[in-house]
Design a protein around this ligand. Structure first.
Ligand code: FES
Length: 176
């Protein structure tokens, strides 16, 4: 007979039932994952240089993300109007490694900057959205890059390199 107190307080049998249910749910989650992960190249293939696709949808205007391709950090910046204008309105003659912004982004997609995030001085990893030009700042010896990833101050001799990439769609790129 069920009493008021056993309905309010779970019995040992109730607990076992709930616990078993949780294990089954976790088990199901683990069985789905390998099927999904099989569809992606494995880690060693990616490390060896397989192209990677990146969905740009979650990157809000003004944000950056970092992904890895061939073991290198790649910064993807969703530039604001102000950042794009700053990158375009620079006198090229004032740049240590003169390159127009248009040569560093894809035509029609100039809100997206994709660069290899390795300082061209001695290889440190610059920090995004830092420094006087709202681009990248390398804390090792003070190199400052602008919103186009071009060197503006400090000892780095050249701009942050742009990796090979293409737009697969308006919201997806393939790097490599
Ligand atoms: S490694 Fe970046 S400034 Fe030296």
């Amino acid at each position: 007979m069920t009493t008021a107190s056993s309905a309010d307080h779970p019995t040992r049998r109730d607990f076992l039932y709930v616990a078993t249910g949780s294990v089954a749910a976790v088990g199901a989650a683990f069985t789905v994952w390998p099927l999904v992960s099989q569809m992606n190249p494995d880690a060693s293939t990616i490390a060896a240089g397989a192209p990677i696709e990146v969905d740009l949808t979650p990157i809000a205007e003004g944000q950056d993300i970092k992904v890895f391709w061939r073991g290198k950090p790649i910064y993807i910046s969703h530039r604001t109007k102000k950042q794009i204008e700053a990158a375009q309105n620079v006198a090229l003659a004032s740049l240590p490694d003169p390159q127009p912004d248009s040569a560093r982004v894809k035509a029609g997609h100039d809100q997206w900057l994709v660069v290899i995030g390795i300082c061209t001085h001695l290889g440190c990893i610059p920090i995004a959205h830092e420094g006087a030009y709202d681009g990248f700042f390398c804390p090792c010896h003070g190199s400052v890059y602008d919103t186009s990833g071009r060197i503006r101050q400090g000892p780095a001799p050249t701009n942050l390199p742009v990796p090979p990439y293409t737009f697969v769609s308006d919201t997806k790129i393939q790097i490599g």
